[in-house]
Design a protein. Sequence first.
Length: 484
Amino acid sequence: MRFNPCTAAVLCTLTAAACGDPGLDVDSGYAAIEIASPTAHQVLSSSVTLTAMVSGTNPVTGVRFTIDGFLLGGPAYQPPPFEFVFDTRTWPNSSYALVAEALTADGSRVKSLPVPVTIVNTGAVQIHVTVPAGAEGPGEASTVMIDGLAVGRISSTGGSYEADRLEPGWHTIDLAQIRYDCTTIPGAATEVDVVADETQVLELEVECAQIPNLTVGFEANGDIYRSRLDGSQLVNLTNTAGRREHSPDWSPDASHVAYVAGDVIFVSDREGLSESALVSSEGPKTAPRWSPDGSEILLGEDVFASTWTAADDCWYGFCDLYRLFVIQTDGGARRTLTTVDGWFGDLPGGWSADGARVTYERSYLNGSCALYVMDADLPQSPELVRPILTGCGGDHPSWRSDGQIAFSIRGVRGRDLALVGADGTGLTALPATPGADEHDPVWTEDGQWLLFLDGDRITLTTPDGLGRFRANVGFHASSFVLLD
């Protein structure tokens, strides 16, 4: 009997020379191998036994297994029985190809056809919530959030919920729809390391504090709203079909609100009953900020927008080349604060308490960012203004009455809050919240509370960053501002 290893139905390797010549026959003495278990397209979890079956006249002395080309159990070939216990929990959930490889008595190596499999391992978290008397939520139940998605409900008076079929790894667990002046201990958002085939237990306790029920204005779904932190007194100030309004800011006396719609900055009364265009020059606008005396508004305008074409694709995708301007709220003169030289974008922050200076963030083409403070009365060229620090989160900083500036910095998985003096000294990073993206901070007038967006949720903390409290405004906010 003659056997050709290169045209046979089984996969077999004797020598490179033999397979280099399809017409070359070799003497009897061949081996074949296939994976008997698991079968093709099988879903694997926990520990499974891989089994190989060999055949042929050339004795097989050992077998080893690979997954996507990586050896399982080391390089050694294992003697009969040709099995290997594979702990799939050591591999991420995904699709893979298993291959068995045999070593014959004469030193030849034989590989099986690949067997496609899918690894799916899950774990669970059991969440226990304790709510003391008087701290019950505003509704009948609170929503359990895992990685930003609602997965279940727990009574506002406390209880338990088990989230199963979670992929192994770190997950962020949070409670929504608890009272705005309450938070959960150990944290408003807590990270849990889920382990396959195990149930983790998370104990959360609701704790409340004395927080004023402040009024905020915010953008949601393309409209500007006004609401108390507890969700009461909700008013839709703008509801213009086909138009998105954003970036609201209230006048110092809270009688008017300025906001952006396209290339226009509008000013409306507190109830949204009358609206007038304050600035309508060409180019997208961003983040109007009233001066402390209400006579001026700081804003950003994309001065290059009118020059871009579809073919330009901006500047390597960097389109928001905003520059800073100050306008008179009575419709008077407009002056430039930052010039157009250079590929960067300026995001307005806020005014100092005396209205003499402004703060802003500058984002550069290479992705870096710097925090600036400059005089508000004269235009400044980039070479005359020095940043007070470099490395920031690319949002709108906020100035407290004592001169301390709150802003965001880039963290490992999102933005975290930090404080710094107007001269760049005293940099302090606030305690980071696992899995959070904290940005666009706003100080209360008395400086006792710092509001900010965690993703799209209005959140409060103390100046030392201890504790996180969620507003119950009922919407996911894209931008917001404090009214009182």
